[in-house]
Design a binder for this molecule. Structure first.
Ligand code: SAH
Length: 233
């Protein structure tokens, strides 16, 4: 017995990678939710549970795995970033995702925000303009079992008419104005969260609510997002 224990210990020191490869980072995720998210006032149970469940380390580039649960955004290539966990949780909570809902996301990026939403709602439709990012995200989402996420490679400015209206829309790139097609594709009673402002400065995270024909919006908080780019520009 003693020999087995020392052999295991020996293996751990020799090949820590082998042992940590089996780590699914649940402790890191719980700590992230407690310290960075619940502690800052996010209280929606569905959102907190989804943030505890989605394996964020699978959505960051391999060399960044050790930083996956840090309190910050991270580069994912092509000049883009995966948002800070708190911002993902805040945007999720603000659109009030619930089972049965259909949600549109603009800016798939790593696929992480789509996975968080997919833990809660029925179907997530997500659009990415950078082909390589969209393809990689679609692969990770599929391997992780998120069969309720559909990824499209396109300019998200036009939304996804075919599946509209959406109960919620989450835009994860900073737009200079709210694209009118997105307002159109929001269901009555639906909510959209979108960073609005110049790509070179701080933007405002805005919550847009559609009530029948009237649209109300309010500023939530200053944020910095990567720019909303347009196809062919
Ligand atoms: N939600 C992502 C964050 C990605 S950053 C995540 O969880 O990782 C924003 C993404 O929006 C980038 O990948 C960028 O390429 C994409 N993007 C920018 N403009 C876009 C547009 N017009 N249509 C679709 N995606 C766009």
């Amino acid at each position: 017995m003693k020999t087995i224990v020392s052999a295991l210990l020996f293996c751990f020191f020799l090949f820590p990678g082998l042992v940590t490869a089996q780590n699914d980072y649940q402790n890191e995720r719980n700590r992230m939710v407690d310290r960075q998210i619940a502690n800052r006032g996010i209280s929606d149970e569905a959102t907190l549970e989804a943030m505890r469940t989605v394996k964020r380390h699978l959505f960051v580039p391999a060399p960044r795995i050790s930083q996956a649960y840090d309190d910050s955004p991270l580069p994912i290539g092509y000049g883009q970033t995966i948002s800070q966990p708190y911002i993902v949780a805040l945007m999720t909570e603000l659109v009030e995702p619930r089972p049965g809902m259909r949600v549109l996301e603009i800016g798939t990026g790593s696929g992480y925000q789509a996975a968080v939403l997919a833990e809660i709602v029925d179907t997530v439709y997500t659009i990415e303009i950078v082909e390589q990012l969209g393809m990689t995200a679609a692969g990770v989402l599929e391997e992780s079992g998120y069969s309720n996420v559909l990824v499209k490679l396109a300019d998200g400015y036009h939304g996804w008419e075919e599946y509209a209206p959406f109960d919620a829309i989450v835009v994860t790139a900073a737009a200079e104005h709210i694209p009118p097609p997105l307002i159109q594709q929001l269901a009555p009673g639906g909510k959209m969260i979108i960073p609005v402002g110049s790509p070179y400065f701080t933007q405002n995270l805005m919550l847009v609510e559609k009530d029948g024909d009237s649209v109300r919006s309010r500023n939530i908080l200053p944020v910095r997002f990567v720019p909303f780019t347009r196809a062919g520009q």
